[in-house]
Design a protein around this ligand. Structure first.
Ligand SMILES: Nc1ncnc2c1ncn2[C@@H]1O[C@H](COP(=O)(O)OP(=O)(O)O)[C@@H](O)[C@H]1O
Ligand SMILES: [Mg+2]
Length: 412
């Protein structure tokens, strides 16, 4: 090809569908003009942080609500605006966000904060290992004192922290000038609605905070959010019903903006793969399916083959019967058929029961202990929380399940 000037037709040089696909990336942080429909929440967070501008300590805040309701986005947005505003008043605000899903112990969280806030100017070192938790705190206090007047610490996914001691320690240090002169504002963000109830008594008695609930978006709000990112697409490729349908389909579940954006993006990708000139309703429906499959694949990535076989068993049971709950016994019978068919060692019913417990823990199924009636003992009933067809398709696409065919399913 070289020098001929001709391009190999199997590759394309133009994206006929997307002009700026990154706008729909999960990691993408939208610019302020693309944030819509959370004015009240923005002003509430601003109120809580406002004292900073008078040189006073901010109030702590716990934000909670379901996933995809804009909690992390709004927290970051307001903290950034505060930092800029404070700078014009000569007040140095620094902020850090800890992902407590990844840094789930107190030590890891404090260490991460200290390392994040540290600069060459502090004269403090923060080694990765070999330092006690208390020592990490001490280093953090001196770093903060030399680095800023106010520190805002966003503890995201705070419900994943194994211990809530860090709340107590950060809030006490922020109030005590003998520890550090820097005021510390804490913003805890949780996907669990009942998070404040789960705080330990010790923390409840010393950690003062306001709280703010993020309710799910309705279809109109989701539509507005998507409209602000319409320019991810080449002008004119979206048919009129695409955005309303993406919004409506996500609003039906629980108003999760992340899901809406995900469906919106997958619709475009499917249209592009088909070399379609436009994105239409059928692409949105297929996009929803693909988005669900991806999410589910992610969720069960670490599940071993035996667990997947168990899950396939329960999804087939769900599809074949009118019931949506199934006893361990009936799941086990379907599991045995599957294990035999694909050449998997057949585990005992007890072991499969344990695998079901793990799936319950993963939130893929819900297990309930039920009584057969007086004196008849207890047994477990399992219900699939995902769409059975999605589960089935994801599992049978795994190469270990290539021997499981529709005809095998008929014999179940
Ligand atoms: N009001 C909004 N305007 C624009 N984009 C939003 C809005 N709310 C959420 N998003 C987008 O939806 C996704 C999920 O939001 P996020 O703040 O991470 O949710 P949460 O932390 O509540 O799970 C992100 O990609 C975010 O950019
Ligand atoms: Mg979040």
């Amino acid at each position: 090809m070289s020098g001929s000037g001709e391009r190999d037709p199997i590759f394309s040089y133009e994206d006929a569908i997307f002009s700026n696909e990154e706008l729909l990336d999960v990691q993408h942080i939208p610019s302020p003009d693309r944030i819509v429909g959370r004015d009240e929440h923005i002003s509430k967070v601003a109120n809580v942080l406002n004292p900073v501008l008078f040189g006073s300590p901010p109030t702590n805040l716990v934000i909670y609500g379901k996933t995809g309701t804009g909690k992390s986005l709004i927290a970051r947005h307001v903290v950034d605006r505060l930092t800029d505003e404070a700078a014009t008043e000569g007040i140095t605000v620094r902020s850090a966000r800890i992902d407590c899903g990844r840094r789930s112990t107190e030590t890891e969280a404090v260490k991460t904060l200290a390392r994040y806030f540290n600069t060459e100017n502090t004269g403090v070192s923060v080694p990765k290992t070999g330092v006690s938790t208390g020592d990490y705190y001490d280093r953090l206090w001196s770093i903060l004192e030399s680095e800023c007047d106010i520190a805002i610490v966003v503890l995201d996914e705070i419900d994943k922290l194994r211990s809530d001691e860090i709340l107590r320690n950060l809030s006490r240090a922020g109030e005590d000038e003998n520890v550090t002169d820097t005021y510390i504002g804490i913003i805890g963000v949780s996907n669990k609605i009942d998070y404040p109830d789960t705080l330990s008594e010790r923390v409840k008695s010393s950690f003062r905070y306001d709280d703010l609930v993020f309710t799910p978006y309705d279809a109109t709000e989701l539509e507005n959010i998507l409209q602000k990112r319409e320019d991810a697409y080449v002008e004119g490729v979206l048919t009129d019903d695409v955005i309303p349908l993406c919004a409506a389909l996500s609003a039906q579940e629980h108003g999760d903006a992340r899901k809406a954006i995900d469906i919106f993006r997958h619709a475009g990708r499917i249209a592009r793969d088909e070399r379609s000139k436009e994105v239409s309703e059928k692409h949105v429906r297929a996009g929803k399916k693909r988005a669900e499959m991806n999410r589910f694949e992610e969720l069960i990535r670490g599940t071993p083959t035996q667990g997947k076989a168990t899950l396939l068993a329960i999804s087939l049971m769900t599809q074949r019967t009118d019931d949506d709950t199934h006893s361990t016994r009936s799941v086990y019978q379907a599991y045995e058929r599957i294990a035999n068919e694909i050449g998997l060692d057949c585990l005992s019913e007890r072991r499969v029961g344990e695998l079901l417990d793990e799936l319950d823990f993963l939130n893929v199924i819900r297990t309930r202990r039920t009584s057969r009636g007086r004196g008849a003992g207890m047994y477990n009933e399992h219900r699939l929380l995902e769409d059975a067809e999605v589960v089935k398709q994801v599992i049978v696409s795994d190469s270990r399940f290539s021997d499981w065919s529709d005809s095998a399913e008929e014999t179940l």
